[in-house]
Design a protein around this ligand. Structure first.
Ligand code: PGA
Length: 241
C-alpha cells in the first residue's frame, strides 16, 4: 500500500488527477471505476480542466460507478447518475453509452446486480478504481456488518451513512435507505485502487485503517490491505500522526 500525504484538499485532488490522467494517457481504452461523494469532486474538476486544455481524450474510455440509491430516478439531482453527469461526464468527451452506473430502478435488482459484475468482467475488468471512505469505514455502500457481499448487491444503509449523506438531499428525509453497490469482490478485482481521504471528519477512520493492519468486516476498507496495488492519498486534516 502506497500512502501519499498532501497538505490539503486541493493538493490531494491535484495528485489524484495526475494519477488518473497518467493512467488514461497510458491506455486510451482504459476502464475506470468511479466514485461519487464530496471527496472526488476536486479531482474531477481538474480532469475536466485538463481535458478542455486538450491534454486528455476520453473518447475510448469506459467507466463503471460503484453505487446508486435504489428508487431514485436518474433525473433526480440527488441520484449518483445525475451527480456523475454534472460533475464529470457532461464536461468531457466520454460517450454516455460508455458510462455505467448501477440502475437502482432495475425490475429485478438481484439479477441486474449479477449482470453488472458480468458486464465489468466482459469489458475486461476495471483498470483503476477510485474510492472514498465513509466515516464508518464503508467503501462503495459496503457498510460494516457481520458479513460483506462479494458481488454487486442490494444493501440497507446504516443510520450513520444516511446521516452523512443527507446533506446531498434538499429534503434530508427523502434519502433512500437502500442502495445497490459493487461488492467487496467487485472492488478488489480492480487492477489498481486509488483511495482518496480528506477532512477532519475522516481522521478517526483513517487512523483505524492505517494502524490496525488487520482485516475486519466491521471496517470494510480494511480489505484493501489485501490488494496488491492500492494508493491512498490523504490530506493533513484526515491524517493524524
Ligand atoms: P464523501 O463520501 O466523499 O462524501 O465523504 C465518501 C464515502 O461515503 O465513500
Amino acid at each position: 500500500m502506497k500512502l501519499i500525504v498532501k497538505k490539503d484538499y486541493e493538493e490531494m485532488s491535484k495528485k489524484a488527477a495526475d494519477i488518473m490522467i497518467e493512467e488514461i494517457k497510458g491506455n486510451p481504452n482504459i476502464i475506470l471505476g468511479l466514485a461519487t461523494g464530496s471527496t472526488p469532486i476536486g479531482m474531477y474538476k481538474r480532469m475536466i480542466k485538463r481535458h478542455k486544455e486538450g491534454e486528455v481524450d476520453f473518447s475510448n474510455v469506459k467507466s463503471f460507478n460503484l453505487d446508486e440509491y435504489v428508487g431514485l430516478k436518474g433525473s433526480n439531482p440527488s441520484s449518483y447518475k445525475y451527480f456523475m453527469n454534472e460533475n464529470l461526464f457532461d464536461h468531457i468527451n466520454i460517450g454516455k453509452e460508455n458510462t455505467y452506473i448501477p440502475d437502482g430502478n432495475a425490475k429485478d435488482l438481484n439479477l441486474y446486480s449479477k449482470e453488472y459484475d458480468n458486464l465489468i468482467k466482459k469489458m475486461g475488468g476495471i483498470d483503476i478504481q477510485v474510492l472514498g471512505i465513509g466515516t464508518n469505514g464503508h467503501i462503495g455502500f459496503n457498510e460494516p456488518a457481520k458479513e460483506l457481499a462479494v458481488g454487486t448487491s442490494i444493501v440497507k444503509l446504516t443510520e450513520n451513512t444516511m446521516k452523512d449523506n443527507s446533506r446531498f438531499f434538499d429534503n434530508p428525509e427523502e434519502i433512500p435507505n437502500t442502495a445497490i453497490t459493487m461488492g467487496m469482490g467487485s472492488i478488489l478485482k480492480a487492477k489498481k485502487i486509488l483511495l482518496l481521504i480528506s477532512g477532519e471528519n475522516k481522521k478517526e477512520i483513517t487512523k483505524r485503517l492505517l494502524e490496525n493492519n488487520k482485516v475486519t468486516t466491521q471496517l470494510p476498507a480494511s480489505f484493501l490491505l489485501l490488494h496488491p496495488d492500492v494508493t491512498i492519498i490523504v490530506d493533513e486534516k484526515a491524517y493524524k500522526k
